[in-house]
Every structure is written in C-alpha cells, then in structure tokens.
Design a protein around this ligand. Structure first.
Ligand SMILES: N[C@@H](CCC(=O)N[C@@H](CS)C(=O)NCC(=O)O)C(=O)O
Length: 241
C-alpha cells in the first residue's frame, strides 16, 4: 500500500503525485494541514517537510529520494535514465530546478497569496479533515506571520525570488530551444521536476486544486509575461500527466 502525506498546494508534492500517476501506481493521498502538520510529519519521518511516502511501512522523505525509490522498487515507466551520463544530467537538472524554481516559486507566490486568505485557505484545507477551513479562520493570522518568517518573505526577498525565477525559466527555455526534453530523447524526472515546480503558474486541472478563475492581478501579470516560455509546461501536462 502506498500513502502520500502531502499538502495539496505544494509543488514538491505535485512532483510525487505526478510520478506516482506516471508509473500507474495505486496510491492514496493524505492531506496534512499546513501548520498543524509539523507534529504529524515529525512523527512519521522525523522531519517536518512533505512529501512523505509510506510504502508498506517504508518511509521515504524528499521528492528526489522518493522518485529514486519508486524507480528502484517499481521499474516500469522509469523516470530516471538508465545510461550513466543521462542519469547524471537528469540529476543535475532536477537539483537545479528543485532549488532555483521550487524555492523561488514558493517564496514569490506566497508573498502574494498570503495576502489572500480566501484563496489560500481552501488550498490548505483541500481534501483535508472536515474542520480544516474552520480551524484556519482562527489560526490563519498567526500562521501567516509564521510562514512569512519561515519562508523569509519581505519586499526585497520576494522581488529577488521573482528575478531568480525568471532567470531559471529562461535557462530551462534556452535548454529546450530545439529539443522536446531537458535530457536525452524521452520524458524524464528532469522534465517532470521542472514542469511540476512551474505548474502553479499554469494552474493545471490535474494538479488537483480547485484553482480560482483569476489569481491576484500581480501574479496574473507575471504569468502573462512568461506565457511563451511556459507553453512547454502545458505541453508536458497534456502529454505526460
Ligand atoms: N527538498 C524537499 C522540499 C520539500 C518542501 O520544502 N516541502 C514544503 C512544502 S512546499 C514543506 O513541507 N514545508 C513545511 C515544513 O518545512 O515544515 C523535497 O523535494 O521534498
């Protein structure tokens, strides 16, 4: 049995939801509530981050380690290239996008969304325990402050993350100029990582959240400014998700 402990809003969790679906595995998602998750996650894995995979009691934490574990345990529909040099390239790209796209999308997007509890609370509570939304009505102001500190969000850091994100999007777009995949000739974990971590900017249905028609204007205009370069993410969702 495979259980994924996750936040529906988290793009690192989307990386694993996608990997599990790509590999056609049967799995169940268990939403942890952002904030109260800390004690639960620590109890399961010793650390507080999600995604956490529980496969028949074997616990694996961290999205890259989870994909390696899945490929080793369920070799069909591999995401890790078999050839050594391609495997190495895929690991380098994955590590680059995990940091430069994953962290910067998160800081920049939260710098905006944390000012919109009506959008973010339903994301946090999605598929979670029945009391989620009510709980957040009480704890959201305190949670917001904690997240701002934890994610080191301020005007300057949010602006810097936005700039670093554009650089990373450009690097991916340059690499893809004339090619379909970041590495080799087939869809790999490098593509899956880049596309899932950029996915909050294209709001795909298969991400599983109920996206509002419009995100706040600031985010929408940023997304519009990157539209051409994000087409590849949409294509990956269309073809491989
Ligand atoms: N490198 C980790 C990053 C995971 C991560 O940062 N997860 C965030 C959600 S996007 C999290 O769990 N934050 C809550 C916490 O750190 O307590 C991975 O790839 O799994």
């Amino acid at each position: 049995m495979i259980t994924l402990y996750e936040f529906p809003i988290s793009h690192y969790c989307e990386k694993i939801r996608w990997a599990l679906d790509y590999k056609k595995l049967d799995w169940t998602g268990k939403t942890l509530l952002v904030g109260p998750h800390m004690a639960q996650a620590r109890k399961i894995s010793g650390k507080t981050t999600v995604p956490i995979l529980d496969h028949d009691g074997k616990i694996v934490r961290d999205s890259s380690k989870i994909i390696s574990y899945l490929d080793k345990t369920f070799p069909d529909n591999r995401l890790t290239p078999e050839q050594d040099d391609l495997k190495h390239q895929a690991a380098e790209w994955e590590s680059y996008v995990d940091k430069e796209i994953g962290l910067n999308v998160r800081r920049y997007v939260y710098s905006v969304l944390l000012n919109y509890p009506d959008i973010v609370i339903p994301f946090f509570a999605h598929n979670g325990p029945w009391y989620g939304k009510t709980l957040y009505r009480f704890i959201f102001p305190m949670l917001r402050k904690k997240m701002i500190t934890f994610l080191d969000i301020n005007k300057q850091s949010a602006q810097l993350s936005k700039e670093q994100l554009v650089q990373a999007i450009n690097k991916v777009a340059n690499r893809l100029d004339g090619r379909d995949f970041l590495v080799g000739e087939q869809f790999t974990r490098a593509d899956l990582a880049a596309a899932s971590l950029l996915a909050p900017l294209i709001k795909p249905v298969k991400y599983g959240l109920n996206w509002p028609d419009k995100l706040p204007n600031e985010l929408e205009s940023f997304i519009d400014s990157q539209e051409d370069k994000l087409q590849w993410v949409k294509d990956c969702y269309e073809l491989y998700r």
